[in-house]
Every structure is written in C-alpha cells, then in structure tokens.
Write a protein that binds this ligand. Sequence first.
Ligand code: AMP
Length: 579
Amino acid sequence: MKYKLLTGVYQQLDSTSKRLLKTKILSDFLKKVPESEIERVYLLVQGRVFPGYDERKLGVAAKLVIKALATASGKENKDIMKEWRKIGDLGEVAEKVISNKSQRTLFSRSLSVQKVFENLQKLAVIEGAGTVNRKVKLLAELLTSASDVEAKYIVRTVLEDLRVGLGEGTLRDAIVWAFFPKQIELKFDEKANKIDVDRKKYNEYSDAVQDAYDVLTDFGQVAIIAKTEHIAGLKKVKLSPGKPVKVMLYQKAADIKDAFERVGKPAAIEYKYDGFRVLINKKGKEIKLFTRRLEEVTKQFPDIVEEVKKLKGNFIIDSEIIGLDEKGRYLPFQKISQRIKRKHNIAQMVKDYPVKINVFDILYLDGKSLLTVPFEDRRKLLKKLCPKLLAKQIMTSSEKDAEKFYQESLQAGNEGIMVKNLKGIYKPGSRVGYGVKVKPVMETVDAVIVGAEWGSGKRSKWLASFVVAVLDKDTGEFVEIGKVGTGIKEKADEGVSFKEMTDLLNPLIREEKDRSVRVEPKIVIEVNYEEIQKSPKYASGFALRFPRFIRLREDRRAKECTTLDELKTFYHDQRGRGK
Ligand code: AMP
C-alpha cells in the first residue's frame, strides 16, 4: 500500500474535529486496507510504530530530525533551524523544505507504508557507535523519497506527535463501523452529524471490540479478528500469561459512606498501598512483570521473580509493589521508582531498595480466565495461591469498622483504602467502579507537560514554569489547565529540581519562541491545587488555582493522565463539598 493513501487519510482526519466524521473517515479507510497491512496501518494512525505494550521507543529528538531534513533537502542545518524558529512546528518545516526540493527531483520513488514503518521501527533498535549518524541516514532516506505532505507526517510520527485527533473511542468505533455496519444497522448523516443505529447491537459490538482490545492491547490485532473471524472471534480472545493486559482502574469515593453506597454491603476493604502497580505473569518457569503502562520490568526486579518462583501454577496476578526502609517501614513511591528506571547494577539496587509485594487480585489461573469470576472467589483463590503476599483486607458492612481500618491504614503509612464490591468482575482497562478508593486529600491531577518557560535571574539556565494539560478523550488532544512552578526545588538534594526537569524536557522541545517552548507531551506530573476554577483562559475551560508539583509520575504514559471528564468530576465534587 502506498504511504500516500495513508497521509491522505491523515489530512482528512486533520480537517475536521467532529468525532463521528473522523470515525467515518477511518472506518471507510479500514475497509480498504488489506489484512496484511492492517496492523501496521492501525499503529500508524495512532502515530506509533510499536503497540502500547512494546518497550521499544523511537528515541528521536528534534535535533536529529533537523539533521535528516538537511541531508534530504540539501539545505544547511542552520537554515532549517531558522525555519523551525519561524514556523514552530517541525512537521510543517519538513513540508516546506521538502516541497522546495521536490520541484527539482522529478523521479523520486514513491513510498510504501511498509517501507516507512520498517525504517521507523529500525530507528528504535539502533544502538552503539555512530547511533546518531545511522538514525539520520535512515530518516533521510525516507525524507528523500517523500512528497511534502508525506515528509510532514513522517516527521510528526518520528517525534511521536501525529496530531490527527484520534481518541481510543474513535479507534474502537471505527472497527465496529468498518466490519459490522449491517449488524448494528448503521446510518450516518454527515450533514446533521448524527448516526442512527440499533443501540443494543451497537453496544454489544463495541463492547466486544473493547474487551478484545483490553486483553490484546493492540487495535490492529483486534481489527484483523473483527474482519476475519467476526464477533465470535472477538469473544474468543483469551488471556494468557506472558502478554501484558491493561489493569482495572478504580473510581474515587468521597468518604466511607459514599464508598459503601457505590459498591454495596458487605464490601471488601483493603489497604491502599502507595507503591507501583505490577501485573505478575507466571507460565511454567517463565516469569514476567509488567507495569500498568504495559512496560516489562522483569529485569529490574530479580527479588520479586525469586519470590514468585516459589508459587505453584500458571497465573496472572495484580499487585502493588512497595519500598521498605531498613526498619521495614513503607517508603514513598519516589524512592522505589528508581528501581523501575535502573537497567544496570541491579544487585546493588535490590540491596539498597528492598521491596514487598502486596497481591490484591488475580486474572488468570491454570488455563482459566477469571475475569468474570466474582471478586470474593478470586480472593479465595489468591488465599490458596499466595497467602503470605496478600494485601491486607477485611470484609464488613459496618461503617465504624471501615473507619477504624481506614485510620489504621493511614497510620501504617498507606495512602488510604480500597473498598471493593464482593461480586465485582475484573474489567481490564476500565474505571468501572467495582472498587473505589478513599483517600484523605483532595484528588490530585496527573497532568502532562506540554510547554514550559525559561526562568529568569538565577533560574535562567533552567525551565522554571511548566504548562500542564489533561486529555480530552473525545478528540485525543491535550488541553491546558495551568502553569506549575511551585514545588520544584533549586537544589537536587531537596527533591525534583529545576535542573532535573530541564534535562528531562530539553530533548522533547519541539518549538521555541522567545522564552517559551512547546514540548512533546510525554512527562506526567502529579499536581496538587487549592481549587479548580472555570476559566476561558485555557483550552480545557478550567484552571487550577495555586497548582503545586508533587512528584513525577514515571509510571504513567501521557495518554494515561487525568482526563477532562475526570477534571470536570473533581470540579463538581469540590462544589458538592461546599468549596
Ligand atoms: P489511583 O492511582 O489513585 O487511581 O489508585 C489506584 C491505584 O492504587 C491502583 O492502580 C494500584 O496501583 C494502587 N493500589 C494500592 N493498593 C491497592 C489495593 N489493595 N487494591 C487495588 N489497588 C491498589
């Protein structure tokens, strides 16, 4: 398939913000894509070349793109830098410099989706001597054969910022529209921007697609099953240990009374440990650990692997790993997050930062998926499987007992409690409310940094103020909610410093104007605030009052930040509490 066809679709998607129309555009295209290309194409429309669970990263900075553009266009680096400063977006810079070039070269080869995809994948695996030059060469090779529009989208893909506005909902619905239009009796009225469907059927088919996606975590694979094996195939998608699955998420309850109202009585109440979440997979002797971002962290935790080896059977269990100090007390998350990042000298890390596993759920055991088994029965299975590693739990209908347990949990250094419905199923990837969390503080926001400003005076070497955003799930875009500077330190030994933030963000800078920069949305930070206000100043329609940096959330991908819908709920909740 020609890459030109795909960039045509990008342009169409780019030209509208209407979700239904985007779904239509994508589904019409999907129908035409041959089976052998679906996986690649569906990753590329998401602006990626690896599925979410794949550890590999492109690792391409703006500077490298500039070099490749210089090589492909025959221009000087500094001229391209100049354009970049003027235009601000490297994709558009590419479009401009490549368009000038293509007027001269008449016989450029036409690019295939496969070629683009493969070259981009190769970028991720290049290591060792001459890495930069080899990456420049691979990218320049693509750009030399690209048309202006193709160059724009290649560059945006490489920088992991495609910006065609596809949220997860649209990606899912496009599969339903493409392969089951008759079954759901789909009629789309473009003018009125409305659809007419058999709602019940629509829900059934879109749930089947979503459920398969939650297990496979790759829309491309799901699309192929929908196309070739239809709904029966989707319903057959099974868990198997060794492959990452999306974890179930929890809603927030205002207090214990609210928690009981939402999950029913009696409920299971557990410590809410403040560590990081790991899905532990065991199949024979093979053990694999995945974070909630679906990244594999097995190598970083040989101590956990040893512990899990002692358990019998094949399984996928869900757990929170916490750090301990020398007296056996819980350590704040920030300390043990170092272990996730560490690739070398692991033995020393194991000694310096011992950890403890707290298992709170099970998804699969010895050939059987347990996703639809009630929580109380899953817990019984866990009791047999790993009695020593269980998260602390009580079962009660009494608010008084629950309150006591909550205080005990806080005393022990935990974040709060989880209150869980005894009959709840395990629903990967969704925040369905079979369990809720109760925490004492106002809900913090996990925000993505999308921009920053250089500081002044003694902070002038550093980025000192950070523009943060949340995710609008309808459009897939990040929308701004404020600027954060407070809470970040001048000295490294006091916590996360301006220098550390600057080092993190520098390679992600895409645009630079005066003292402000725009960065690739990658870094997620947890932010506290006094209040959420309505505000026309930011694209989200909301602003955080007195936002304060709490910590880096290295365990979250940008797309896993707080959503605009959640922010709206926080806004309304605070009203409810009389703020
Ligand atoms: P939050 O990150 O505030 O949405 O809270 C949910 C997180 O709490 C989960 O993703 C887990 O990482 C963590 N957690 C700690 N203890 C438990 C528990 N007993 N059950 C479920 N999740 C837990």
